[in-house]
Design a protein around this ligand. Structure first.
Ligand code: ATP
Ligand code: MG
Length: 550
């Protein structure tokens, strides 16, 4: 990975340390809401926090902000944990906001007693109508000056499940004319008749996200609470909450904001991703076309490539859209180093070499990975019948076509030069086979005059005698537009042709590939053996930037 100078968050932390903040008191957290799978946007926040933990030797908590039982589920908790571990990060403590519900409830009682919160018994619609606009101040609720004893009584009744959803809410009493809309007496508790994935039906009231989030950071003694830019106006509110429950002990979390990751042709909003899953546009959250961590993993992305992407993107306060080709570049770079090579023919055309002896068998040698010569060679059977890509032969070659055509020569990678002699077609006129002649003296690496002869193209092939069948999934972008999710109708922006399934012929050694094994299929790109499939199946991760480099 590239070395970079400290990002602006690291500069803030270094500044704090130089002013006397104790390094031992540094503590970070990654705080997902378990209402969906982690996506590439979360990757940025994960890498930021866990890399800070590594850099400063500080603990990093994984905290689930599980305040909305209607949207949250254990499935998401498990998927989130799995993804973070797969990326290679380890959290210090596994925390849940729901573990703090009792403490939050007690602090809410303190707010009421200090006359800093009140029960509002209006409908949510009336409350919304009184909020005002950023330029017009809000109107006080008729319940704002309610006697605090009465608020306490109703709040306890809510806690005991004596009120229905929507009858009452608890609001912080702050400032209905604040220019910051979030400060206009935000709701901090509502009644909810819902089963929570951890606390079951223990709670009848649930704290709002804003009330929970800042307090949870304080409970965990998070020193630097890092979030995305849209939370900047929330900072004032979190500060108000902390002041209101003071005196505080220990560390007061310091919130700092950085810009979200936006990626072209990609959505990074759980709401929209959930829609794709619900509408059946994709096969679940971990579909290889999804920009989720699990989707990218199934697509063949590696933890190293995702981390190097996050590092390259960096951390700033500037909103921008990163080109998805940078992500592709990162995985291509990593797999170029790591992936063993193999030959696969996605769209097979049979070639019979008429002057090659029947039953003759010989092996040709290939590097397992030219980037890692130490890994040695693999032997590949060459035989009379082979397959090449259908597109590597043209009956009527267009201008500039230098691969195989009648009377023309091409080199079979690491093997012989062949010349096309005759086309065989079926009754529908489709080409079923091309008969060729090979030049016996042209074998690669033999250093004969014939083997050194220049031909314009080299193509890949597999022996028909030993090739095995494989299903190959080729993915295109999930969206047709560069910035999906901006229009009203997300589904109309979906690329209908984002998956093409091929029946390929591949080298026999690929049959023993294990789930998650990566390969470079020569001339085609990078592929990964897919998970949990009984058949031999590969997903295309990304193409090669260009063809073969000789
Ligand atoms: P979404 O908009 O997809 O629902 P969210 O912010 O509501 O995302 P959370 O589970 O609350 O999802 O996010 C957990 C953490 O990940 C937060 O700290 C949030 O700031 C960060 N995060 C979410 N999306 C991005 C993104 N696109 N870029 C950087 N950080 C992100
Ligand atoms: Mg959120």
């Amino acid at each position: 990975m590239k070395k970079k100078g400290p990002n602006f968050i690291e500069q803030i932390i270094d500044g704090d340390i130089s002013r006397g903040f104790k390094k031992d008191d540094l503590r970070f957290r990654f705080p997902p809401e378990p209402n969906g799978y982690l996506h590439i946007g979360h990757l940025k926040a994960i890498c930021l926090n866990f890399n800070l933990g590594e850099k400063y030797g500080a603990p990093v908590n994984l905290r689930f902000d599980d305040t909305n039982p209607e949207k949250e589920a254990k499935e998401y908790v498990d998927a989130i944990k799995n993804d973070i571990l797969w990326l290679g990060y380890k959290w210090n403590k596994e925390c849940y906001a729901s573990d703090y519900f009792e403490q939050l409830y007690n602090w809410a009682l303190v707010l009421i007693e200090k006359d800093l919160a009140y029960i509002d018994s209006q409908s949510s619609k009336d409350i919304a109508n009184q909020k005002g606009t950023p330029t017009k101040e809000g109107k006080a609720s008729p319940y704002r000056d309610r006697d605090k004893e009465e608020s306490l009584k109703v709040f306890k009744e809510m806690y005991n499940g004596e009120h229905k959803q929507g009858d009452h809410v608890l609001r912080a009493k702050i400032n209905m004319s604040s220019p910051n809309m979030l400060m206009r007496d935000p709701v901090i508790y509502r009644v909810m008749d819902s089963n929570h994935h951890r606390t079951g039906d223990r709670w009848k009231i649930y704290p709002m996200y804003d009330w929970t989030h800042g307090e949870s950071d304080y409970i965990e003694q998070v020193s630097h609470s890092l979030c995305t830019l849209e939370f900047e106006p929330h900072r004032e509110l979190y500060d108000w909450f902390l002041d209101s429950i003071s005196p505080l002990e220990g560390i007061r979390p310091k919130q700092r904001e950085f810009s979200r990751l936006n990626l072209s042709y990609t959505i990074t909003s759980k709401r929209n991703l959930a829609k794709l899953v619900e509408e059946g546009v994709v096969d679940g959250w971990d579909d290889p076309r999804m920009p989720t961590i699990s989707g990218l993993r199934n697509r063949g992305y590696t933890p190293e490539s995702l981390k190097s992407f996050a590092l390259t993107v960096g951390i700033s306060k500037r909103e921008n859209v990163i080109d998805v080709s940078l992500l592709e570049f990162c995985v291509r770079t990593h797999l170029n180093e790591e992936a063993p090579r193999a030959m696969a023919v996605l769209d097979p055309l049979k070639i019979s070499i008429i002057n090659y002896k029947e039953n003759k068998e010989e092996n040709v040698n290939f590097d397992i990975n030219p980037q890692k010569p130490g890994q040695g060679k693999r032997e590949v059977l060459f035989s009379k019948n082979i397959y090449i890509e259908r597109e590597d032969f043209q009956e009527n070659p267009e201008e500039g076509f230098f691969r195989l055509s009648l009377g023309e020569e091409v080199r079979l990678k690491n093997a012989y030069i062949i010349k096309a002699k005759n086309i065989i077609k079926n009754e529908k006129g489709q080409i079923t086979e091309v008969e060729c002649e090979y030049d016996e003296k042209s074998k690669s690496g033999t250093n004969t005059e014939e083997s050194n002869r220049k031909v314009k193209a080299t193509i890949h092939w597999v022996s028909a005698e030993t090739a095995v069948e494989a299903t190959i999934n080729i993915y295109d972008r999930l969206f047709k537009v560069a910035e999906p999710g901006k229009s009203q109708d997300l589904l109309s922006e979906v690329n209908e042709n984002s998956l093409e399934i091929k029946s390929a012929k591949v080298e026999p050694y690929l049959a023993s590939a294990k789930d998650g094994d990566h390969f470079q299929f020569q001339r085609l790109g990078y592929f990964v053996r897919t998970n949990n499939k009984k058949t031999l199946e590969f997903n295309k991760t990304v193409g090669l930037r260009d063809g073969w480099k000789k």
